[in-house]
Ligand binder design. Structure first.
Ligand code: HAM
Length: 420
């Protein structure tokens, strides 16, 4: 029988590498947890309409990349391709916005699914940590989120990332720009699909990576010249706040993002060591999304950072995370009686909060000591029949190599002291 493999575009996280993913999730969420963001978890699938309306009917995500399914009961669902629409749906459903405290600040961590062409850094199943601040229009909030993402990346030791910043205008000024851009684009020499895109999502044409398209876009009208006074002032304030916080960013008027719900502030974190899939994170303001999915007006802002790409960025920069060994004590029994005695000690250690592991399967001393070394444990406990007859175990400090006999009854107290 042939063996199974992970589905195309997916991969498994296995030890020891999986520890890096945990550390990245921890590092990204720590600044959020310290800044008033509460944890939210939503289902892995939602009504397909939520994403169609929220993310946008004309986006690649909705038209090409969603994993959709019809349940036996006839419901049309989609595996979530992103988190923002779900989190806002859940916040509205739970009436979090009515509890009085705005903004509602939430963070999340989970799996997302997009049927994309797989390549390095682009997977069909990937992992994000995200944050959403719902219900408040305040440039300080936009700045806070960008500063916290910057802080998260820095705490991981990343340095070669850049922050790209743009404003997409609001429902007053963007339609005017959109029309001016369409008029300009319709006169260009473009293929059928791109011409269709001009009519449904002209801003995305600006994002076209092909050189022959880019060449024709040099004189395209600039959104910057169309921003209304309110959007301009808002954007200037966000920029000033970032500068005051010492966060370096680049103005990038070509930054349009692949989701339709954005208004005003948009940003992306890109890493220069990642090749074509360089966006490690992205986000922005989405003042109209709540109304688009049937809620009240709730101006909001958020981001999601990709865990997979953040790990790749760490590797690209050669950053080694300081991941402490999970096991402090490793017990090696020699013989049946020692097995029972040392396993009792291990259980007691664990109950005392000391991370301990055990050489299972009755292996010989040599093999068991190899496992002890591999575990990274600071101490090993070895006991054979003669030790037990004397009521002691051999306690070895793996750092200094020094070994001493400790009375069985005192092992836990001794290790508690030694491990501080
Ligand atoms: P996004 O830019 O589509 O935004 O995704 C955010 C991050 O998720 C990307 O920068 C990337 O690191 C990671 N990512 C996306 N697709 C893939 C993939 N196929 N393989 C690996 N990593 C991927 C959003 O999802 C928005 N919900 C962000 C947001 C939150 N905006 C406002 N609030």
């Amino acid at each position: 029988m042939s063996t199974f493999q992970a589905p195309k575009g997916t991969y498994d996280l296995t030890p020891p590498d999986s520890a890096k993913f945990l550390a990245v999730r921890e590092a990204i969420s720590a600044p959020l947890r310290d800044s008033g963001y509460g944890y939210i978890e939503t289902p892995g699938f939602e009504d397909v309409e939520l994403f169609a309306r929220g993310v946008g009917e004309s986006t690649d995500i909705v038209t090409k990349e969603m994993y959709t399914l019809t349940t036996k009961g006839g419901a049309e669902l989609a595996l979530r391709p992103e988190g923002t629409a779900s989190v806002l749906r859940a916040a509205l459903e739970a009436n979090l916005h009515k509890a009085g405290n705005l903004p509602v600040k939430l963070w999340y961590s989970g799996s997302y699914y997009r049927y994309e062409r797989p390549q390095k850094g682009r997977y069909r199943h990937f992992s994000q940590v995200g944050a959403e601040a719902i219900g408040t229009e305040d440039p300080v909030l936009d700045a806070e989120l960008i500063i916290l993402a910057d802080q998260a990346y820095r705490s991981l030791g990343l340095r070669q990332f850049r922050i790209l910043l743009n404003s997409l205008g609001d429902k007053e000024c963007r339609p005017v720009y959109r029309e001016a851009l369409q008029t300009f684009l319709r006169d260009l020499d473009l293929d059928e699909e791109t011409r269709r895109r001009i009519e449904i999502n002209p801003l995305r044409v600006l994002d076209d990576k092909r050189p022959d398209v880019q060449k024709q876009l040099t004189d395209a009208p600039k959104l910057r010249d169309y921003l209304c006074d309110a959007c301009k002032a808002y954007h200037e304030e966000v920029r000033a706040l970032l500068t005051a916080a010492g966060v370096v960013y680049e103005d990038d008027e070509k930054l349009v993002r692949g989701l339709d719900y954005y208004t005003r502030t948009t940003f992306e974190f890109v890493h220069d060591g990642l090749g074509s899939q360089s966006a490690v994170g992205g986000g922005g303001r989405y003042d109209g999304l709540s109304e688009m999915i049937g809620g009240p007006a709730l101006p909001s802002v958020g981001w999601a950072l990709g865990v997979d790409r953040t790990v790749l960025a760490l590797e690209a920069e050669g950053v080694e995370l300081d991941i402490p060994a999970t096991t402090s004590v490793y017990a090696v029994p020699l013989g049946e009686e020692a097995r029972r005695a040392l396993f009792a000690v291990v259980t007691e250690l664990r109950r005392a909060g000391i991370a301990a592991d055990f050489a299972f399967g009755g292996r010989g001393l040599k093999g068991a000591m190899k496992s002890a070394n591999r575990s990274g444990a600071r101490f090993t406990l070895v006991a054979g029949e003669r030790d037990l007859a004397e009521g002691v175990v051999q306690l070895k400090d793996m750092e200094s190599g020094e070994q001493s006999a400790v009375p069985l009854a005192e092992v836990v107290a001794e290790l508690t002291t030694r491990l501080g």
